[in-house]
Write a protein that binds this ligand. Structure first.
Ligand code: KIV
Ligand code: ZN
Length: 538
């Protein structure tokens, strides 16, 4: 039994936009966060943890926009430390939500109390009570007030239980048990969760939040559900600090695939939306998914060996414990040609997990038809790449008017570009050790005098979106500003997509420049630089 969660269900609390975004280099703009939140709503998670409003004005803004826009059964959560200022900002940001969910936390382990917070156990307990009481008073009796004991799995158990009892008494409706550093082992963690459930489970929902430092986040989360936890905190693709968090797709598909292990328990997740969510998050954060990643990796449903292929042809159950369709892989490859209509494209996109209409559909249709002119076949992967590219659009202060490059075997390349920077037209040319290097150098020369910085390339990756000689090339770059250096410097990703890989490279670079220029980034991590010691990040 869990008071805030319908009987027979596990509440899925998605923290991709908060803990996931804390992964170094995964910074998202407010617009990108909103796009992910929309996809999470389509996925039908129960709670979207939208951010950490006290971290920066950008994060406050992003959380408030998500809170305003998300309607229906999905709750919007905001995180706050138990310290003056944080909970106030969080309450202000989520007050506009149809279903606000306040999440306050403080560390309880002696390691954190002694070395990080420099606080006694009694003081931490008092702060926990104080801010839970504050949240309850501000938001009223029906709103979820969640309390997390950071580093719970390394906290003295008697003290931990005392804290949970105190915060429930103060009005917390959910108590979360974070395995903050991914230290727990499933049987041990299940036993701890069982004790918390026995103590406060009648009055509050018991939740878990597992990190993956030992590769056990999913296992620990499932052990916790078996021990009575009824909220799980997860992220798409397991994105998160260090080795990441428990991955939503693994936890949800385990619940669905092994019902006898989780008797009469289901989640509300629309699993057919998992692939679309996974691709979108990977695209916007620039974190590629390893091919052998469970559920969403490129090879998760691929069968290479003859014996396996033979078995799957005879009966997929021989080697597949879930169907590709159940996670939103349509299985079909050939999609659209020059003669396809708008409606056909809309239907195909729906099959791939994207509801597109109106102007967005018109624009995508024009792009898909142009692509069908440039290459023989437009595949599902091509279409998804087009949709994702639109989701990542940023306002352009710097735009490309023209470029050319000459390159020959053994010699240096010469590139020239013309761009507009804040309305001013500028041209530059330079040489480099290859065509992309030469063009990036020319862009740097053109923009630096106006912006006062140029991008520093930290990563460059190119891949073919689909098979065939005429495949589109997708380029991913990661850049920071030359004027920002050191730990915590804001790093953003940019993508370019074209059948011409030089053009894709330039487009990716321009997207990254515009993101850096817009300073629209809401990254929790970036926001903390210079405001609070890094070790205070949860
Ligand atoms: O890992 C952690 O302890 C957290 C808490 C804030 C829930 O992210
Ligand atoms: Zn965490």
């Amino acid at each position: 039994m869990s008071p805030g969660v319908a009987a027979g269900t596990v509440r899925i609390f998605d923290t991709t936009l908060r803990d996931g975004e804390q992964a170094p280099g995964a910074g998202l703009t407010a617009a990108e966060k909103l796009e992910v939140a929309r996809q999470l709503a389509r996925l039908r998670v129960d709670v979207i943890e939208a951010g950490f409003p006290a971290a920066s004005p950008g994060d406050f803004e992003a959380v408030q926009r998500i809170a305003r826009e998300t309607r229906g059964s999905v709750a919007v959560a905001a995180l706050a430390r138990c310290r003056d200022g944080d909970p106030q900002r969080a309450v202000e940001a989520i007050r506009v939500a149809e279903r606000p969910h306040l999440h306050v936390f403080i560390a309880t382990s002696d390691i954190h109390l002694t070395h990080k917070l420099r606080m006694t156990r009694n003081r931490a307990l008092a702060e926990a009570r104080r801010w839970v009481t504050y949240g309850r008073e501000q938001l009223g009796p029906d709103v979820e007030i969640e309390f997390s004991a950071e580093d719970a799995s390394r906290t003295d158990v008697d003290f931990l239980l005392e804290v949970y009892e105190a915060v429930v008494d103060a009005g917390a409706s959910t108590v979360n048990i974070p395995d903050t550093v991914g230290y727990a082992i499933p049987a041990e963690f299940g036993a701890l969760v069982g004790r918390v459930v026995a103590l406060v489970g009648r009055d509050a929902t018991v939740s878990v939040h597992c990190h993956n430092d030992l590769g056990l986040a999913t296992a620990n989360t499932l052990a916790a559900v078996q021990a009575g936890a009824r909220q799980v905190e997860v992220t798409i693709n397991g994105l998160g600090e260090r080795a990441g968090n428990a991955s939503l797709e693994e936890v949800v598909m385990a619940l669905r695939t092994r019902p006898t292990q989780f008797p009469e328990l289901v989640s509300h997740v629309q699993t057919e939306q998992i692939t679309a969510a996974s691709r979108l998050v990977s695209y916007l954060t620039g974190f590629t998914i390893q091919p052998n990643k469970a559920v969403v990796g490129g090879n998760a449903f691929a069968h290479e060996s003859g014996i396996h292929q033979d078995g799957v042809i005879k009966n997929p159950l021989t080697y597949e414990i879930m169907t590709p369709q159940s996670v939103g892989l349509s299985g079909s490859q050939l999609t659209i040609g020059k003669l396809s209509g708008r409606k056909g494209l809309q239907g195909k996109l729906r099959e791939l997990g994207h509801e597109v209409e109106g102007e967005a559909l018109d624009a995508l249709y024009r792009e898909a038809i142009a692509l069908a002119d440039a290459k023989k076949e437009v595949t599902d992967a091509d279409l998804l790449a087009l949709v994702e590219q639109r989701a990542a659009e940023v306002p352009a202060s710097v735009s490309l008017l023209g470029w050319s490059v000459t390159s020959s075997g053994g010699g240096r390349s010469t590139g020239s570009v013309t761009v507009t920077v804040a309305g001013e037209e500028r041209s530059a040319d330079t040489t480099g050790n290859g065509p992309v290097n030469a063009l990036y150098g020319a862009v740097d020369q053109a923009i630096a005098p106006v912006l006062g910085w140029h991008p520093v390339l930290a990563e460059y990756e190119i891949r073919a979106v689909s098979a065939g000689e005429d495949a589109q090339g997708q380029v991913l770059v990661r850049c920071r500003r030359s004027s920002d250096s050191g730990k915590g410097a804001l790093t953003v990703s940019g993508h370019g997509l074209s059948t011409n890989i030089i053009e894709a490279s330039l487009d990716a670079y321009l997207v990254a420049i515009n993101k850096l220029h817009g300073a629209e980034i809401s990254s929790v991590r970036a926001a903390f630089v210079g405001r609070a010691p890094a070790e205070e990040m949860p």
